[in-house]
Design a protein around this ligand. Structure first.
Ligand SMILES: Nc1ncnc2c1ncn2[C@@H]1O[C@H](COP(=O)(O)OP(=O)(O)OP(=O)(O)O)[C@@H](O)[C@H]1O
Ligand SMILES: [Mg+2]
Length: 458
């Protein structure tokens, strides 16, 4: 990355906090002059992190709670000093950090707009020029003349965001703050962030949302216990992050090493970042530029739901739940709109009547997107003998947006006078639909919409 193209350079940066096991140890440490007999342990919130961000790039930062994301952003914004290493930032930085930073609680919203604008390097007339836009964007009505300490967290973020994005910063840093606002406000913010990005600004963005990171960013960083574990294409980083999130504890270390080996080299990744930023100037929308198609994983053993619930069986046991390609290859990372088979086996421990099999696909939030049954009630299997085993297969097309989905499986039959579950598993499997840069469909479901248009005069 040539140096004039760099907006932010983070070089060997660490942040260490002293941790005192007991409150009075803090005092003992203050009284002891030497390092000997230290009364604290060191806690590395960020450890030896290295990366550069090219001008015009949108960099996403992902990682579990406590992985050091906010600490890193605060050091980049200058509100926190690194314990080691150096950070170069070129340009005016507007930051939306965690709540409570940036505003003086005793001042009114209006006064804070001026205070904040001045800190961001605007003159008073410049702020006066923009004040109406800021107030309109925040849309908090007469609260603008109330002290900020009386604001709800949503109002606070609205105002902070309104200031940050109306000063047209060179670098915009956003730390999860958006998740506080309501959905309508979030949409408005994302639209504005896009405008700022198209204006050539550099954006740093912490988010727990995989879709926001893959849609908005052209590169991403994965932090883990303060360490930069990986940096690269958002899709790659997000999928590695999800792999970690869903990994069983005893696999975590192995997965960490894998990620380090695959995407942990900052130098190579920095070069890649510049290539991406340059590509973006040529191609209008380069977000989600794919570099690792051949590196695609179709079966990710980390994709195991942690919310599986097996209902008590009434004679039917569901086993060997799996997703396959029509050719029988086991998968759980799917390509959108391709055909797949959801299959499971059912062992009947006792005889049953009026038997049917079913399935359901749900979102992470539990929204039931679609399911199916093996037959109608009148066509059900009349009698099943105890000891019989079935293989049940549901062929379907993954007409879904990129993201993570969960599957249910169920066997129904006659229970007393009515139909009831003989066996049922909730969240028995999960799969991920890959990001597809060619996708025209919007929203969760692809309805196979065929667009056409022509000039009205013709
Ligand atoms: N002043 C402090 N003293 C001691 N430890 C701290 C301090 N500030 C942060 N930490 C610790 O540093 C680690 C990283 O915190 P940080 O807030 O950067 O995480 P994060 O990735 O932003 O998490 P989240 O997703 O929850 O926002 C955490 O374990 C936190 O407890
Ligand atoms: Mg944080």
């Amino acid at each position: 990355m040539s140096s004039e193209n760099i907006a932010i350079r983070v070089h060997g940066v660490s942040k260490v906090y002293p941790i005192y096991d007991r409150p009075h140890h803090r005092l003992l440490q203050m009284l002891s002059r030497h390092d000997k007999g230290r009364w604290f342990r060191e806690f590395w919130a960020v450890r030896d992190v290295d990366f550069s961000v090219a001008r015009g790039e949108t960099l996403g930062i992902v990682g579990r709670n406590g992985s050091g994301k906010s600490t890193l952003l605060q050091m980049i914004c200058g509100t926190l000093t690194p314990s080691a290493g150096s950070i170069d930032v070129r340009g005016r930085v507007a930051a939306l950090l965690e709540l409570g930073s940036g505003f003086n609680p005793d001042f009114t919203g209006r006064e804070n707009v001026f205070l904040n604008g001045t800190v961001l390097g605007l003159t008073r007339p410049e702020i006066e020029d923009r004040f109406d836009d800021i107030a309109a964007f925040a849309d908090i009505g007469e609260f603008i003349d109330q002290p900020v300490k009386s604001y709800s967290s949503g109002m606070y973020v609205r105002l902070a965001f309104a200031v940050a994005i109306n000063v047209m910063p060179d670098i915009l840093v956003v730390d999860e703050a958006l998740s506080v606002g309501d959905e309508a406000f979030q949409r408005k913010c994302f639209a504005r962030i896009n405008a700022i990005r198209e204006n050539g600004a550099t954006i740093l963005f912490v988010s727990h949302s995989a879709s926001v990171v893959t849609e908005l960013c052209n590169r991403a960083v994965l932090l883990d216990h303060g360490e930069l574990l990986g940096i690269g294409a958002p899709k790659t980083i997000v999928s590695r992050y999800q792999k970690m999130l869903y990994a069983p504890a005893d696999r975590l270390d192995a997965i960490r090493s894998e990620i380090r080996a695959e995407c942990g080299t900052p130098e190579a990744a920095a070069e890649q970042g510049l290539a991406l930023a340059e590509a973006q100037q040529v191609v209008s929308s380069a977000s989600g530029v794919e570099m690792e198609e051949q590196d695609e994983l179709f079966f990710d053993e980390g994709l195991v739901p942690q919310s599986t619930l097996h209902y008590e069986s009434l004679g039917a046991e569901i086993t060997d739940v799996r997703l396959e390609t029509p050719g029988g290859k086991r998968v759980n990372v799917l390509k959108a709109d391709r055909e797949y088979v959801y299959a499971y086996n059912v062992v009947f421990r006792q005889s049953a009547s009026a038997v049917r099999f079913g399935m359901m696909i749900k979102t992470v939030t539990g929204l039931e997107l679609g399911g199916g049954a093996s037959s109608t009630l009148t066509d059900s299997i009349v009698v099943v003998e105890g000891g019989q085993e079935f293989e049940v297969r549901f062929r379907f097309r993954a007409h879904l947006a990129p993201g993570t989905y969960f599957l249910n499986a169920g066997v129904v039959g006659r229970v007393g006078e009515e139909e009831g579950y003989l066996g049922r598993c909730i969240d028995v499997a999960m799969f991920r639909v890959m990001h597809d840069p060619e996708r025209l469909a919007t929203g969760l479901i692809n309805f196979d919409i065929q667009p056409s248009f022509r000039s009205a005069e013709a």
